[in-house]
Design a protein around this ligand. Structure first.
Ligand SMILES: Cc1ncc(COP(=O)(O)O)c(C=O)c1O
Length: 444
């Protein structure tokens, strides 16, 4: 049996491979500490669940309009007004099966095959993989510690010409956030260079301390206006074409409900709707109906964010104790992007790394001769799962060039589980660095 070139060439989504390996270990009766997947450990908000129960009893649950039910789109309009002081025309809102659905609909609606679309390295892998499967040229834009793992106009300039650019703030895998000034600068850059900008805001609502998450729509200068009725003209010298994604998966703990939305650029909604109707018909009806109640569940969702904040402290302390201290600024989402080069053997000699992080810490690393060499993060992840039952995600998912020396830790899960995982990682790294045998804590 043969498959298409596209299907043959699409890269694995390693997060899901890591999930599969962890599940296989669990099915064999062995313990797993889950830090591999960006999935809240909590249920959907109570009001959402209640609305879903009622919908099963009372509603026909047929198809909806391709754009989604008006009630939900209207609630999203109110959300932009309340949260960001931005007025969005409801016609510009398309309800999708998660931000994943928005990706495919947006990439198809906005870009020709052969268009040049920039993605950040590291960045969410499905942007790259989805663009490639659509024969759109992916332009990799490496970001690193020199810019705090954030895109800047100077950096972006080096990759012109571009037809499009995809960014996320807060970012997966780094957790970094663009503040108002930084986001406004990227929007301005996009307008100035006629680049269609896609901003994935799926982790909005999950930030720590005094970090806040402006929406790119605040800087659009494209007809959206503030509640005071003044057009948003911060970047209006040449307004950027902006598409924003959001989703109920993260802040609202609704990954499996497959519900998200896109705010599409003015004048493109009909095209987006046609693409949506043909490819997917509509997002799951029960989720759309129940999703309306999500906006009345802020207290419950904010309590989850407090739990992430506590998990974040646990993981940052645990990583430091394990000698893993070269990390991107973990401002938001629930991830830590950590350099683990000092745990590899031999040290990677990669010309891309000349100015990169993680030279610090390498001096201590003296893996013993008895150890199997671990030459990249994929192997390290496999070893941790096998030897200590800790599941994490290898960096190559997010950065095919330099990801070999990075691991993404998710702290969306249970705090006690994260604490025990960190204890095991610290024990493992101590044993590896001092040359003792690595512990086999995950045997149960
Ligand atoms: C940055 C980012 N965008 C999009 C998605 C897809 O999310 P969903 O389709 O569940 O809304 C994810 C999932 O982890 C993500 O991290």
């Amino acid at each position: 049996m043969s498959v298409s070139r596209r299907a043959g060439e699409i890269k694995p989504f390693y997060v899901m491979e890591a999930v599969r390996a962890a599940a296989a270990r669990e099915a064999a009766g062995r313990e797993v500490f889950h830090l591999e997947v960006g999935q809240p450990a909590t249920k959907a908000p109570a009001l959402v669940r209640a609305a879903a129960h009622a919908a099963i009893d009372d509603d026909q649950l047929g198809y909806t309009m391709a754009k989604g039910i008006p009630e939900l789109r209207q609630r999203i309009v109110s959300w932009y007004l309340d949260q960001y002081d931005v007025v969005v025309d409801p016609e510009r809102i398309i309800i999708t099966p998660g931000a994943s659905g928005s990706c495919i609909i947006a990439f198809l609606s906005l870009f020709e095959p052969g268009a040049r679309v920039g993605v950040l390295e590291p960045g969410y892998p499905c942007y790259r993989n989805d663009l490639s499967v659509l024969d759109i040229d992916v332009v990799d834009i490496p970001i690193g510690p020199d810019t705090g793992f954030r895109p800047t106009p100077d950096l972006l300039d080096q990759h012109l010409p571009l037809d499009g650019l995809v960014i996320a703030s807060p970012s997966n895998p780094t957790g970094t956030v663009l503040d108002r000034e930084q986001l406004a600068a990227v929007v301005e850059w996009a307008g100035h260079n006629d680049v269609s900008l896609i901003v994935d805001e799926i982790y909005h609502g999950i930030t720590f301390g005094d970090v806040s998450t402006p929406s790119a729509l605040e800087f659009a200068g494209d007809g959206a206006s503030t509640s005071a009725g003044t057009p948003n003209t911060s970047a209006a010298t040449s307004p950027a074409q902006i598409t924003v994604f959001n989703s109920f998966s993260k802040y609202w703990s609704m990954t499996g409900w497959r519900l998200g939305w896109a705010v599409v650029p003015p004048g493109t909604a009909d095209a987006f709707e046609r693409v949506m109707a043909n490819l997917l018909i509509s997002a799951p009806t029960i989720s759309q109906i129940a999703g309306v109640a999500a906006f009345d569940s802020i207290e419950e969702c904010d309590a989850n964010v407090e739990r992430y904040a506590s998990n974040r402290t646990i993981i940052l302390d645990g990583l430091r104790a394990a000698g893993i201290d070269q990390i991107a600024p973990p401002d938001g989402a629930f991830y830590v992007w950590a350099d683990i080069a000092h745990l590899l053997d031999p040290q990677p000699a990669d010309p891309h790394l000349a100015n990169e992080v993680a030279t610090a810490g390498t001096a201590n690393a003296t893996p013993t001769a008895e150890e199997q060499p671990i030459t990249n993060s994929l192997e390290l992840c496999a070893r941790w799962l096998d030897e200590i039952g800790v599941a994490v995600t290898p960096g190559i998912d997010f950065d095919p060039v330099r990801g070999d020396r990075f691991i993404r830790f998710s702290y969306a899960g249970d705090g006690d589980e994260i604490a025990e995982a960190m204890r095991r990682v610290a024990e493992w790294t101590a044993a590896r660095i001092t040359g003792g045998s690595t512990p086999s804590g995950g045997a149960s």
